[in-house]
Structure formats: C-alpha cells, structure tokens
Design a binder for this molecule. Sequence first.
Ligand code: FE2
Length: 511
Amino acid sequence: MPAGERVAADEVFATWWSPSEAPATQRPSFSGYPFTLGVASGEPVSSGVVLWTRLAPEPLNGGGVGADPVAVTWEVAEEETFGRVVQRGTVVARPAWAHSVHAEVTGLEPARWYFYRFMAGDEVSPVGRTRTAPAAAEVPERWRFGLGSCQHFEHGYYAAHRHLRAEDLDVMVFVGDYIYEGPGRAGSVRRHVGGEARTLVDYRNRHAQYKTDPDLQRLHAAVPWLVTWDDHEVDNNYAGVRSESLDPDFRRRRAAAYRAYFEHMPLRRRARPTEARTVLRSRHDWGRLARMHLLDGRQRRTPQACPPPGRGGATMIDERCPELQEPGRTMLGRPQEDWLTAGLRGARERWNFIAQQTLMARARVIVDGRRRVSSDAWDGYPKARDRLLGATADNGLRSCVVLSGDAHTAYACDLKRDFDDDRAPVVATEFCCTSITSRGRGQRATDTIVRTNPHIVYGNSARRGYVVIDVTSERSTALLRVIDNPADRNAGVQTAATFVVDAGRPGAQRV
Ligand SMILES: [Fe+2]
C-alpha cells in the first residue's frame, strides 16, 4: 500500500471514535426507500426491548444517505394498525454508525407482544413484531426459542428462516457466522457482491447484502433475536487479535468487522464497540423459568494450539500437542469466565442455557491410529472447558444446556468432565444446530465421530436446518429440524430427531 493511502486509512480509523457532530436533519431527502434492510428487535427484558433499523437507500454501496445525521422516530403499539401508540421516541441515525438505529424502549408491560415501526422524513418502515420477557418473579408456562447459525449467502436461500417464522417462537437465538467474509464466487446458488471483506465499507456492504434477503428480514421482523458472533463475522478461524494468515494489520480489520456487526444487529448500547473492546456477552432471564447466557468465544481467546508452521488458525491437531494442556489457555478470557460462573450461581434452581459458538463436547477422530481433535472448538481448550463444566457441577446446576453452532452438523451430546470415563456423571447437555445454509461434511465422517465418541448421541451433517427448544419447568424438548434443499427457496421442513432433557437430570434422551 502506498504511504499516502495508509495515512488516509489511519485518519478514517481515528474519526470512527470521535466523529464530528452536526445537527440532525428532520427533513432528509433520500435517493430511494431508506428501509431496504428491514427492521429488527432484540434483547427483550420484562419492561422493554431494543429496536433496530438502518437507513440505507443504496444498501450494497455504502448505504447512500450522505454525511448528515438524520432524525428517526420510532413507535410501539399494541396492534398492528398503530391505533394506540404506547411509546414513541426520536433517535439520531449517525453517519459514523452507518445511519443505524438502536432504540432502547422501556416502560412496556411484561410478557406481551407489540408492534413497532420507524419514520424518517416522509418514509415509513415495514412493521415489526416483538415481545417482552415475563416479569422477574413469574414462572411462565413455557419458553420456546429457535437456535441457528452459519448462513452462508452463496450456499442457499433462507428457507430455514421462513420455517422458523412459523414455529411460534418467543425468541430467536443466533450463535454466529451471520455473514461470511469471503469474496464473491461463481457457481453457487447466489453470489457475494465484492471481494473478501477487509474494510469497514466492505463489512457494511456484506451485512447489507445478507439483510436484503426477504426471509431473513421477515424472521427479524417477527420475533426478538439474541445474537453472538463466531469467526466469519471477521475472518475464518481468527483468535483474539491473531488471524489465520498472521496479518500484521488484523487489529484494524477486526475493529472494522466488529463495528459493522454492531451496526447491523439489534444490540443494546452495552455492545457498542469502543477502541478498546466490544462487550458482546449478555445474560437474559425468562422469568424464573430459565436464564440464557450468551458468550463471546472469539475476542479474548488464546490462539489455537499447535498451529501449522508459519500460520495461525485452526486445524485437526494431535491430542498430544503439549500446549493443549496449559492451564492458562482460555476460550472466553478470565473476566468472562468469572462473569459466567457468577451468573450460573445466581440461578441454580432454573434452566440455564449457555449459548455460544463452537462444539463443547469432545469430538475426537482417529487417523492412522492417532487421536486428533479440532483446535478451534472447545477440544482446543480442554482446561477452560473443564473450568466451565466444573462451575456447573460444583454449583449444583442440574438443568444446564449448552447451545452451539459452527460445526454445520446437528449434534446431541452428554457433557462430562471426563469424556474417557464411561461411568463419569453427565453434568450438562449440549445441542448443536446444523447450518442454516452453509455446506456440511459427508454423513459418513459424522457417523464415525458419533461411533468414536459415545457421549455424542446423535450427529447429522447431511442436512441444513435449525433447532427449536421448548422449555417448561419439567423438561426441555429439542426439535432438530432439517430443510429439504437449501437451493430451493420454497423447500419444505422435517423433524430429523427429537430429544428431551428432564429438569434436574442432565443428558439427551431421544424420543
Ligand atoms: Fe460456519
């Protein structure tokens, strides 16, 4: 890169954090309809929710709003007709944040559905539907949420999201690979616009392209979402500030990706990136029935152990890699580990769901007599996994369910502190969702993993889909749904398997 360009990039980087402020325009004129990316809501509490949109009349070309801040009004009503608006407010959509809007609504009633919309100038957004959580002291009859991950745009249409919308969910949980960073490639179902995402504008355009999908927009407009990221929101298999290619400029690239992620997700102000960090982890109660912990397993993790020479990133490594057993290795970082332990301890009697990126169960493969594991999943962080499962067992949590993605495989697993001991007690249950669209490995390889790892009771990598979890005081039921063909926007859905976890009795039972 010529020196002049580097200076310009540094200046752009600096202005992210201290943008100049201009008064907001009340009467904007747009080059086209500004609500092309739809609307969304997220992070519901008993008294409110966060509402999201982004003004982008030219979504694939930087947004197209210009340099002025724009006043955006939001409304929340009890009916879709907006006859009685119960809350209204105005927020400023700023160019420094890609004219995104994150409105934190308060003063709503617990356990209720609401409708919302946005106005900017003469333009009105599509109507979204959202709901609040039950009151803190209540034990609701049930909680029903969807679990999804890995929606590679080029690998298919979002038929899975169309079916999720019909599942009567209270909340949608997404555990990463919302976008993929790779360049547009011919020969797939559809194609990314542009090359590999590296700059803030690239990541904004990529998020915008994904958000133009009508089925994804409709699912966002139908239920509040809880989101966390995995690697592809930034770069394949990155760890902390180390990239797969050991890119010396990776810190800047990651900051751009994190910023674009926040700009496009229904996240609270807490998660707004600063120069130093992004606080993505969050905790959500569904009355006294359940608690959901959403983890960030990318930002602070120790780099993957025993990488190939001259590379960062991940691969299948020999289990004898000495680095693996170092006690200081962490997936979450110590502050997040402590935060999680405190959060688990505070809700021992109810369901605890730990939603995060990668498979927690050991998934060993044996190649030429050698035991190998993925260095990118929890198998690459065995001591950290033991601390987490130890926190579950030692605090007497008997209704703990780990939710994961990344593997492009639907798994049901019994989690133990010693996977090599058949008699070791099961301390938690894990459900991993297959991908929304991203291609999976062949089923024969997955069958081998299931045979080699007896605590993995089910594995299906042949099909794309999602999981629905239905929670009551007595049991949690996991429905592993698969779609017929991701290349078909109108694909049907089937239930590949159903598992039940009884309260107080860890372990996945097939029904
Ligand atoms: Fe993925």
